[in-house]
Design a protein around this ligand. Sequence first.
Ligand SMILES: Cc1cc2nc3c(=O)[nH]c(=O)nc-3n(C[C@H](O)[C@H](O)[C@H](O)COP(=O)(O)O)c2cc1C
Length: 211
Amino acid sequence: MITIKLGFVLICTLILNQSIAQEITKLPEPHKTGGKPLMQAMNERHSSRDFIDKDLTQQQISDLLWAAYGINRPEEGKHTVATSRNVQDMEVYLTTKDGAYLYLPKDNSIQKVLDKDIREVTGKQDFVKVAAVNLVYVSDFSKAGNGTDEVKTMTAATHCGFIGQNVYLYCASEGLISVFRAYFDNAEVSKALNLSENKHVIYCQTVGYSK
Ligand SMILES: Cc1cc2nc3c(=O)[nH]c(=O)nc-3n(C[C@H](O)[C@H](O)[C@H](O)COP(=O)(O)O)c2cc1C
């Protein structure tokens, strides 16, 4: 009897996980024009940590993710950030109070990978659990060529730098605040996101509204 019950629970869990894994949300078309002039946005770029509990709109999430790692030349499949030898190793995960999502740049969509709030796991500072969004920047080393893990990490960190700056500038333009972060437990974030062993969390970045 216990074996039958366990089997039933296992099947239900598998079905649930599969349905969550397949839940894809198409985002509104990102705004690719407008915003503050670039020089003004650069002048206003800064790190801030006084987040309040206020959600971003779907449009803001679309614009934010597009700025971070969207496709800006669809005919070539290239991104808003450069990657070494165009390896395109990066994945951007969005964590909000509603769950964790993988950004799918080609489809301008987000795929739900977790149905729970893991914002708190993405950093060791109190504001991470309050802010609307914590982005997690992951490199897929299986896409990053033949170098050593040290070289791949350095290259991925550079890719993250570009992503992070785009996010800072978007936030400056949109009146949001942000902070790029290294202070998190890598193993905990990887475990929470169920990342396979070739995927490495490089940095995180918090985004939201200021007090
Ligand atoms: C690689 C890197 C890691 C960082 N890690 C953290 C972090 O874990 N927590 C944090 O509050 N700020 C972090 N910051 C933000 C810096 O503290 C911030 O950029 C610096 O104080 C300069 O301030 P500014 O960004 O306003 O110019 C990090 C910045 C960089 C570039």
